[in-house]
Write a new protein. Structure first.
Length: 400
């Protein structure tokens, strides 16, 4: 349900979001989820281009409603003197500013970090770009799709005899958003000691690169290059998706020896436990194709719900491969309130979206609103709080 930010963990933290698309706005979304006061600055007339990504209802972008939940929207053209002045006034008492323009763009407009920190020495600037502020590629434009290839994710995803696969969602952008929110709060913690702000320079590919596992140490120490191998992992087996009799799918992991043994007992194939090819995890990795074939044949004897119940009775790990309709109907998702309705005036009713991640026992987060209508806070913020006159805003083409 909609919640006020009083008593929320980040109540009183002021964030200015001048970013576009996904990675930067995701960072400020996570901060807003826990009570930060986030003002999103968008281009007059069109707004953030994310408003035109994905599906829409009555012309209103649904993806925007999710990523920019809990924020206020004001409009300003950052390429104009008025837009620059709006940003300078906004950051006077702000804690964090989030941006994801190409290297040098803010400096060209006159609102780079060095300029803004003269106005507010405690300001933290989170800069998210495709390749970072330094290095030979820093001048290049960069999006999440490029990062997913550049970081090494696409190369290891898919099947050996087929091309590398990109994810079906904004993986690199989303992980950059998570890491950006974390780094902003790390800088806030340091500011509590020093009283000074700082600039955070993060490339979109870097969080995903770190999350890809032991590839670096494996290559460094053993010269190994991980290749595409479907859903199998190079460090544990069995691990895959398997079809059930009713043509549905489950995901299985037998990471622990005891889990693998319980799985075999549940499927009534105890001979695999003592098979010399599968005695321990390292042997199972070497013989993962044969192991998967045996497990798949055994699972085809069961419908999915029956198989999950069987595994549960043996305390073995198994879960459904859900589509979104199944998630909406799943009793566990409902019990955990992982999907919540948020009232939205622009769409004329509630809109359901993913809930805040994580539950704090004393100061929980909460979604206060869906993504705002473009410029809906212009009067409140630009006129009432920052002191701009209605006339100068109207002359600049801003709605108030």
């Amino acid at each position: 349900m909609n919640q006020k930010n009083t008593g929320m963990p980040l109540a009183g933290v002021k964030v200015i979001d001048i970013a576009n698309f996904l990675a930067g706005p995701m960072s400020s979304m996570f901060l807003a989820d826990f009570g930060a006061d986030v003002t999103k600055v968008e281009r007059p007339g069109t707004g953030d281009e994310l408003r035109f990504w994905g599906n829409n209802k009555d012309g209103v972008g649904l993806m925007y409603k999710l990523v920019n939940r809990g924020k206020k929207s004001v409009t300003a053209d950052l390429r104009t003197p008025l837009g620059v002045e709006i940003v300078k006034r906004l950051i006077k008492d702000a804690d964090i500013i989030v941006e994801n323009y190409r290297k040098g763009t803010l400096e060209k407009w006159g609102i780079g970090y060095e300029t803004l920190k003269e106005i507010n020495p405690g300001l933290i600037m989170l800069r998210i770009t495709g390749f970072g502020q330094t290095g030979p590629n820093s001048h290049r434009p960069g999006f999440g799709t490029l990062a997913e290839g550049y970081a090494g994710y696409a190369y290891i995803t898919g099947y050996a005899d087929r091309p590398p696969l990109l994810p079906g969602f904004g993986l690199a952008d989303d992980t950059a958003g998570l890491m950006g929110a974390f780094l902003a709060l790390v800088a806030m913690q340091e500011k509590n000691r020093s009283g000074e702000g700082q600039m955070i320079d993060m490339a979109i590919y870097e969080p995903l690169f770190t999350l890809l596992g032991p590839q670096v140490v494996d290559f460094d120490q053993l010269g190994l290059i991980q290749e595409r191998n479907g859903s199998r992992l190079p460090f544990t087996a069995p691990r895959n998706t398997y079809r059930t009799r009713d043509d549905k799918w489950v995901s299985i992991s037998g990471s622990a020896q005891s889990t693998f043994e319980r799985m075999c007992e549940a499927l009534e194939i105890p001979e695999l436990i003592t098979d010399e090819r599968f005695l321990d995890n390292r042997l199972r990795i070497q013989n993962s194709i044969e192991l998967d074939d045996a497990l798949q044949q055994a699972m085809l004897r069961f419908d999915r719900d029956d198989l999950i119940a069987l595994f549960d009775s043996f305390d073995a790990a198994c879960a459904a491969c859900n589509n979104i309709e199944e998630i909406f109907n799943d009793p566990h998702f409902k019990a955990r309130e992982n999907i919540v309705p948020i009232e939205d005036e622009e769409l004329g009713g509630p809109i359901r979206m993913q809930n805040v991640v994580g539950r704090m026992s004393r100061t929980p987060g909460g979604i206060r609103s869906a993504g705002p209508k473009l410029g809906s806070s212009n009067r409140q913020i630009l006129v009432d709080e920052l002191g701009f006159s209605e006339q100068e805003l109207i002359e600049a083409g801003l709605d108030i």
